[in-house]
Design a protein around this ligand. Structure first.
Ligand code: MN
Length: 262
């Protein structure tokens, strides 16, 4: 039965995530959630047969057809996960901040193109393409638009679970070469940044400690955090405790490193 793995991995008295209910009717919605868990990744979900078929995409989806994004298929999620945004508490599966990065509708495409164009397909075709490991579909989202394919990789490693797919944008009028996912760092639902959703000063501090060579300051919350820091410096509040600040930063880095190791 669907959603058993979803259910097994979670304690619903502790997590704000929705319960494992399979819906009787399916629409054709999709959602991309930005998820700062052990590692930052994006979850790509397509509604089909009363659940959300789900893939974890480490680098996130791209509108550049040259990008082939690794997408690890994960357990089906309940449809009500569609607009889940918030914090999965520490100690729970997937603990961390979740942002609704994009949402919209999707449509299966015919398995083969006609005159170089893919035509709308049926759910039966979608199921068959999924089983075969070559799903073609069209997205109408706020950020993701146009034709895509999810292609299952042939496992070369013995013992591979066969959960590795590639998410690839097809060439069409919505393709954007050099697409940079980090240009879009707010929720399409609430316009909030990850730090605002997470509501933790710690995450803002940790981010602002990154080397300047990472690039321009695109995120408003980061500018905010830096402005506050400057203000504190000017008022002399943190001059007396440079060691402590340093220490807490190191502590966070260690904690982060430990997390990455698990
Ligand atoms: Mn996730």
């Amino acid at each position: 039965m669907a959603l058993e793995e979803y259910k097994r991995k979670r304690r619903f008295e502790e997590t704000p995530e929705p319960p494992p209910k399979v819906e009787k009717k399916s629409a054709h919605r999709f959602v991309v959630q930005k998820h700062r868990a052990t590692r930052l990744h994006y979850d790509f979900r397509l509604e089909l047969d009363g659940v959300l078929k789900s893939w974890a995409v480490p680098k996130g989806p791209s509108l550049d057809p040259a990008d082939k994004r690794l997408a690890m298929q994960v357990e089906d999620h309940p449809v009500s996960y569609f607009d889940f945004e918030g914090i999965i508490p520490e100690g729970n599966y997937g603990a961390g901040t979740v942002m609704v990065w994009d949402l919209g509708t999707w449509q299966a495409l015919s398995p083969t193109p006609v005159d170089g164009k893919y035509l709308p397909g049926t759910d039966d075709e979608a199921r068959a393409m999924l089983a075969k490991g070559d799903l073609k579909f069209r997205l109408k989202g706020k950020r993701l638009k146009g034709d895509f394919a999810l292609v299952r990789m042939r496992s070369r490693r013995p013992g591979s679970k066969g959960t590795e797919w590639l998410l690839i944008k097809k060439h069409d009028e919505y393709a954007v070469s050099g697409f940079d996912i980090e240009q879009y760092d707010t929720s399409v639902l609430t316009k909030r940044s990850m730090a605002e959703i997470g509501g933790d000063q710690g995450s803002a501090e940790w981010q602002s400690d990154r080397p300047a060579s990472r690039g321009k300051l695109k995120a408003p919350w980061l500018a905010d955090a830096l402005a506050k820091l400057e203000q504190k410096k000017r008022s002399g509040k943190i001059q007396s405790k440079p060691q402590r600040r340093q220490g807490s930063t190191e502590e966070k880095k260690t904690r982060k490193a430990r997390k990455f190791g698990t």
